[in-house]
Design a protein around this ligand. Structure first.
Ligand SMILES: CC(C)(COP(=O)(O)OP(=O)(O)OC[C@H]1O[C@@H](n2cnc3c(N)ncnc32)[C@H](O)[C@@H]1OP(=O)(O)O)[C@@H](O)C(=O)NCCC(=O)NCCS
Length: 161
């Protein structure tokens, strides 16, 4: 797999919406209106993963530094467990950290074992159970990661000046 990461471009919209529909059940996946709303927020960031120009995953966040919120992370079913999600969250976290984000929040359904394992593997910790968060009946975990302080370029840590 020749994985590349890039920023969202408006012509990606249909592919992202289709991928989101395939990743989540009806009612949890986003309508076109909702997905467009999040993607066009001035505070949104969206990283897209491609393999040979074919979209295999994407992640969307919104931010108000020092806080950010992950809206969704979607990896195409055939491309899972190959590091696509890891590449996407790595790039997003580094974008967010560079803009002063220190704390990232997200919600995930408590029965989504792959997602809970994925987030825990990447340092996200369960903070709360949100009762009936999805569809008025499915509980969600609220999960948070505190990012380490961004290193300032050109100033090695501990150096006096
Ligand atoms: C959750 C999801 C994004 C993971 O993406 P991915 O590209 O498969 O993840 P990666 O290959 O980078 O996996 C990284 C780690 O996550 C964990 N993980 C991923 N999938 C897992 C699974 N099915 N079962 C258990 N652990 C899993 C593992 O710890 C894995 O590390 P390892 O490869 O060393 O074992 C993907 O399964 C997905 O898109 N699911 C549907 C949409 C969704 O639920 N999104 C998250 C909602 S908040």
């Amino acid at each position: 797999m020749a994985l590349s990461l890039r920023s969202y471009e408006p012509h990606d919209f249909s592919a992202l919406h289709k991928l989101d529909q395939s990743c989540f059940p009806p009612g949890i996946s986003y309508s076109k209106t909702a997905l467009r709303y999040f993607l066009t927020l001035p505070s949104a960031d969206c990283v897209v993963a491609t393999d040979e120009n074919h979209i295999v995953g994407f992640i969307v966040s919104e931010e108000n530094p020092p806080l950010a919120h992950i809206i969704t992370l979607d990896v195409s079913e055939k491309q899972r467990q190959r590091g696509v999600g890891t590449a996407l969250i790595g790039k997003l976290e580094s974008n967010l950290a560079a803009r002063g984000v220190r704390s990232i929040l997200l919600e995930t359904a408590i029965d989504n074992e792959a997602a809970v394992a994925f987030w825990q593997r990447h340092g996200y910790r369960i903070e709360a159970v949100l009762k009936r968060y999805y569809l008025g009946r499915l509980d969600a975990y609220e999960m948070r990661k505190i990012l380490p302080p961004a290193r300032k370029a050109g100033i090695p840590s501990g150096e006096k000046f």
